[in-house]
Design a binder for this molecule. Structure first.
Ligand SMILES: Nc1ncnc2c1ncn2[C@@H]1O[C@H](COP(=O)(O)OP(=O)(O)OP(=O)(O)O)[C@@H](O)[C@H]1O
Length: 262
């Protein structure tokens, strides 16, 4: 008898959000969100402006902790079965495991090399050859190595917008996170740079689990496995991307994807 193949990790739940309400002061921004993200999938969050996509994204690595008065008021968020607000979870370590890429690329005003090895250095790595290896691997992973390998010690500000965004992705993956959160990572890029970053995101899926906010519905269809549609702080529908965009179950989803509002 053939030995049983090792169970695929593809469908394992990595992030489990259960019945989450979130408030900024007294204003409720999220209402009863239930959503599970599987390992090595790409989930897209879509919906009209102000519906809570970025808020939910920032809940996953507790970035909202930095906003005064902002808090989860109900429900739980677990990563690999551990509630991220429990006392044993160090938010700094959580943010290493759950990296973030922002809408506008934000390289530090330093060299390309220094940008990528910033996180690893902070975590105590000092050995030059180890850092060199980390920088090369991260830049390769971000599909930027060939373009910058001869100018690693020049300023990151000399890169194009698309290259800067890939540098920020390299900086995020240099600390080996498990999850990458991306908040409209292509919204400041032209179509060519967007295509490169989208291709990169698809490749990163082999190693990472990705949750991305996008206003671009074509981008969600090109890149994501599953899509979540939000409206006024609620998760209206969450399904396989092809299903959600072709045969949505809810009227609000249909109205939004067909451009009737938003
Ligand atoms: N720092 C903040 N303080 C107070 N309210 C906030 C803050 N950030 C967001 N909000 C409010 O929370 C709600 C959800 O905002 P959020 O940014 O999560 O929406 P979004 O769907 O990501 O919007 P967009 O697509 O425009 O980025 C909005 O009503 C917004 O005004």
């Amino acid at each position: 008898m053939k030995p049983k193949a090792p169970e695929s990790k593809t469908h394992e739940s990595l992030i489990e959000i259960k019945d989450v309400d979130f408030c900024y002061g007294n204003a409720k921004a999220l209402d009863g969100i239930d959503l599970t993200v599987r390992r090595n999938e790409i989930v897209a969050f879509i919906g009209p402006s102000g519906c809570g996509k970025s808020t939910l994204l920032r809940c996953v690595n507790r970035m909202n902790d930095l906003v005064p008065g902002a808090r989860v008021t109900r429900g739980t968020i677990e990563i690999e079965g551990v509630e991220i607000h429990s006392p044993e979870v160090d938010p700094v370590e959580l943010r290493r495991r759950v990296g973030m890429v922002f809408q506008k690329s934000n390289p530090f005003p330093q060299t390309i090399y220094e940008n990528v090895c910033y996180g690893p250095k902070l975590s105590g790595i000092k050995d030059k050859s180890e850092l060199d290896g980390i920088v090369e691997t991260a830049l390769q992973g971000a599909a930027l190595w060939d373009e910058v390998k001869d100018r690693l010690h020049t300023s990151a500000n000399g890169l194009s917008g698309g290259q800067q965004q890939r540098l920020c992705i390299a900086r995020s993956i240099a600390v080996r996170p498990e999850i990458l959160l991306m908040d409209e990572p292509c919204s400041a890029l032209d179509p060519l740079a967007t295509a490169k970053v989208e291709e990169l995101i698809l490749n990163l899926k082999e190693e990472f689990t990705i949750v991305m906010v996008t206003h671009n519905m074509q981008q969600a269809t090109r890149v994501s496995d599953r899509t979540a549609f939000f409206y006024m702080g609620r998760l209206i529908e969450f399904d396989e991307t092809a299903t959600l965009f072709t045969t949505p179950s809810c009227k609000e989803t249909e109205d939004y994807i067909s451009g009737r509002f938003g």
